[in-house]
Design a protein around this ligand. Structure first.
Ligand code: PLP
Length: 472
């Protein structure tokens, strides 16, 4: 072979190898089939154990060295995931996963999440993803209507509540800044966010990222932030306040701030009200809990995480602005290569949060809602509220147990009389070791306690009683 035909034949080989991962061949077809079959088994299997973490050295021994020049092949790589990696990940949608906030995606939402990937939808702009953006906005409009926001409200699904809170607060600061400029007033030395002492850690995180002060207002004995204390903070900090954050279901206790009395301050004060409902606001869909969220209709922005209590897989947070222009003014990115997008009047989801490229992460919720309807959501959320009431009543009848606070939503926090931190830790380890349940100890005011967070409609009363029995 001549030098040139040798080079040409090498180029052909390279071309084959360059398209090997993308072309439709027996190899790629088999990979797709294997992966879908695994996903199908996992979604429809009823026997996925809780599982538990492995140590780095164990994982290195069992699964190290998987990245090689020539590849392991899909069969071996998938076996490694199924036999080693997956079992060292706790099953967050297990009925007896009760720590933190569990996940409980509907079958429809999980299955559809595969389609979000398979269709390679770009969710950042109307130009590229109009159908997906339309469907996501249908969900946001439904949420806005449920919560009493005006029909002009809008927003975007972002990765999680931390990003949602940050994006809303950045928009609030932009708004405050503009108004001071328009009034010919200089920036304050420090901007201030007002929230409750029990607000989620992501508010403090936003304060650090934005370099603004977070003023934590003391709560009442029942854990709620109320108007009177917020009024004092507003009087003290004036229009250096970017926003007041009310929590619509604290993560530790599921306690809802007195949003109505805080919102009522708007009658004679001008401030941005942000409601952090990442975990709890879903409960406003039910008759049983709706009254707790009175006043949320006056929010300037709010968030709720579908990956917590609206039954979608990780990760998804719905961020809503009363006036979406506020979000757009703060977040639209300008760049020459984006001119075709920014020069149009289209609804571009990227413009409403700290993000650009985005997965259409509202679509799994859209599909599940469209499939089952809103009533199925109300019923599923209500079931967890009812179960929480029932198990709290059971805890009260047990002499060795004591509620730390009466639950409002679906978190119940209680102490085992006589136990120290080490007792809770040993008990929790034992539950996970024997694969009974995943319940990590929590604490309040320096005292260790046990905490059930219940969002999975498949969690039963017997599941919970069985765990209480292990504390005798
Ligand atoms: C979980 C939670 C957050 C943070 O949401 P992520 O999705 O975990 O980022 C913020 N606020 C509250 C009240 C939460 O429960």
């Amino acid at each position: 072979m001549s030098r040139t035909s040798q080079a040409a034949s090498a180029d052909v080989q390279h071309a084959d190898s360059a398209t090997r991962m993308h072309a439709i061949t027996p190899e790629t077809t088999q990979i797709v089939d294997m992966v879908l079959e695994y996903a199908r088994r996992r979604m429809l299997g009823d026997d996925t154990p809780l599982d538990k973490p492995m140590s780095p050295s164990e994982l290195r021994r069992l699964a190290g060295g998987s990245i090689t020049d020539d590849g392991l092949g899909a069969r071996r790589a998938l076996a490694l995931f199924e036999n080693v990696l997956a079992p060292s990940c706790i099953t967050t949608d297990h009925a007896r996963y009760l720590s933190f906030i569990p996940s409980a995606p509907s079958k429809a939402a999980t299955a559809f999440d595969l389609i979000v990937s398979a269709t390679a939808v770009y969710g950042g702009s109307w130009l590229e993803g109009s159908g997906a953006v339309f469907a996501e906005n249908e969900v946001l409009a439904w949420l806005a209507a449920e919560l009493g926001l005006p029909a002009t409200a809008g927003g975007v699904f972002v990765q999680g509540g931390t990003n949602g809170n940050l994006s809303a607060l950045v928009a609030a600061r932009e708004h405050a800044d503009r108004r001071r400029r328009e009034a010919g007033r200089p920036r304050p030395e420090r901007w201030v966010i007002v929230c409750s002492a029990e607000a989620h850690s992501s508010i403090a995180s936003a304060g650090r990222v934005m370099d603004v002060d977070v003023v934590a207002v003391p709560v009442h004995d029942d854990g709620t932030l109320r108007g009177a204390e917020v009024a004092t903070a507003l009087d003290e900090h004036g229009d250096a306040v970017i926003a007041v954050v009310a929590t619509g279901g604290s993560t530790n206790f599921g306690i809802v701030d007195d949003i109505a009395s805080i919102a009522a301050l708007k009658d004679d004060r001008d401030f941005w009200l942000h409601v952090d409902g990442a975990y709890g606001l879903a409960a406003a869909l039910t008759e049983r809990a709706r009254h707790r969220f009175e006043g949320v209709d006056r929010a300037d922005s709010l968030i709720v995480d579908p990956h917590k209590w609206l039954f979608t897989p990780f990760d998804s947070c719905a961020l809503l602005y009363r006036d979406p222009a506020r979000g757009r003014e703060a977040h639209t990115q300008h760049a020459e290569y984006l001119d075709a997008l920014t020069d149009s009047l289209d609804y571009n989801p990227s413009d409403y949060a700290v993000q650009l490229t985005r997965r259409a992460r509202g679509l799994p919720l859209w599909f599940s809602l469209a499939t089952f309807g809103v009533e199925a959501y109300r019923d599923a959320i209500d079931a967890s509220l009812a179960l929480t009431e029932r198990i709290a009543a059971e805890i009260e009848t047990r002499p060795e147990l004591e509620l730390v606070r009466a639950p409002q939503l679906s978190v119940v926090v209680f102490e085992r009389r006589g136990w120290e931190a080490a007792d809770y830790a040993a008990w929790s380890d034992r539950l996970l070791d024997d694969q009974t349940a995943f319940v990590v100890p929590s604490s309040h005011q320096g005292r260790t306690n046990a905490r059930f967070a219940i969002v999975n409609p498949r969690t039963t009363y017997d599941d919970l009683v069985g765990i209480l029995d292990t504390m005798r």
